[in-house]
Design a protein around this ligand. Structure first.
Ligand SMILES: NC(=O)c1ccc[n+]([C@@H]2O[C@H](COP(=O)([O-])OP(=O)(O)OC[C@H]3O[C@@H](n4cnc5c(N)ncnc54)[C@H](OP(=O)(O)O)[C@@H]3O)[C@@H](O)[C@H]2O)c1
Length: 248
């Protein structure tokens, strides 16, 4: 397919639902060949079947670094290169600390922090190699959150900690990789309708309070595609995107 990303290969983690699924569609619409990573193979296969072309499916738990490395190597073996990494897979459990389960906290760290580290580590050499090619640029975009900029309420405890951590990591990477022409960006969504917010009841609560309502996953996908389709001289390093009426 022709488009700004024609000839480019993109990995999207958490592509089986919500923001990741919408981003995979939007990157494919922009011409990229997209590799879909997540645990729910059936959801990935149905998206790949719908998109056709060379879309590939990689069933992987991002908290397993060996499996992540194998999946990234499979992507490069199949498609020959890796130009864009979207670290999107995430998990959130918003429970006051005193009522929280330690295992839930550890899952958030494993997926939201260790998953981002494992995927980025596995992809780095391929991204820098792609940046030396004809496009002259490669991209890492990590999906953080408003909760990565500030702690807006008590129950976001560990979720906010994980998103602050990836924000710091992303800024350090940005400083390290600019000279290699690997752009590093962070997207910080406010409330988006997805399985994550529906599961927490947050979507329903917000909707009853907001006239305009939550964002859709496509709104964040648009932001990500904007970031990775800038001219190579321009890097959008951070984007905070909230529903118009979200106050915190
Ligand atoms: N919705 C919001 O309001 C909001 C706001 C700010 C930031 N975010 C962030 O946006 C990102 C996407 O969330 P979403 O709202 O689109 O929620 P979602 O629909 O629940 O999507 C989460 C995705 O992450 C994947 N995932 C979770 N654990 C995984 C694991 N261990 N290994 C591999 N993949 C895993 C899920 O796939 P499988 O279950 O198939 O593995 C799914 O595709 C997250 O990083 C989230 O923190 C969301």
């Amino acid at each position: 397919m022709s488009g700004a990303l024609s000839g480019n290969v993109a990995v999207v983690t958490g592509a089986s639902s919500g923001i990741g699924e919408a981003t995979a569609r939007a990157l494919a619409d922009a011409g990229a060949t997209v590799a879909l990573l997540a645990r729910r193979r059936d959801r990935l296969e149905s998206l790949a079947g719908e998109r056709g072309g060379d879309t590939s499916v990689h069933e992987v738990d991002v908290s397993d670094p060996d499996a992540v490395r194998r999946a990234v190597e499979d992507v490069v073996a199949r498609h020959g290169r890796l130009d864009v990494l979207v670290n999107n897979a995430g998990y959130g459990s918003m429970t006051p600390a005193a009522e929280s389960d330690l295992a839930e906290w550890r899952t958030m760290v494993d997926v939201n922090v260790n998953g981002v580290l494992a995927t980025t580590h596995a992809a780095l050499a391929h991204l820098t190699e792609a940046a030396r090619g004809e496009r002259g640029i490669a991209d890492v975009v990590t999906v953080s959150s408003v909760a990565g900029r500030k702690v807006a309420g008590p129950a976001v405890n560990v979720y906010a900690a994980t998103k602050h951590a990836v924000g710091a990591f992303s800024e350090a990477l940005r400083q390290e990789l600019g000279s290699a022409h690997v752009r590093v960006g962070l997207v910080e969504p406010g409330l988006v309708r997805s399985e994550l917010t529906e599961g927490q009841g947050a979507a329903q609560r917000a909707e009853s309070e907001m006239e305009l309502g939550l964002m859709e996953a496509e709104d964040i996908a648009d932001a990500i595609v904007y970031m990775v389709t800038r001219p190579r001289r321009t890097a959008v390093n951070e984007m905070l995107v909230r529903p118009t009426e979200q106050t915190r």
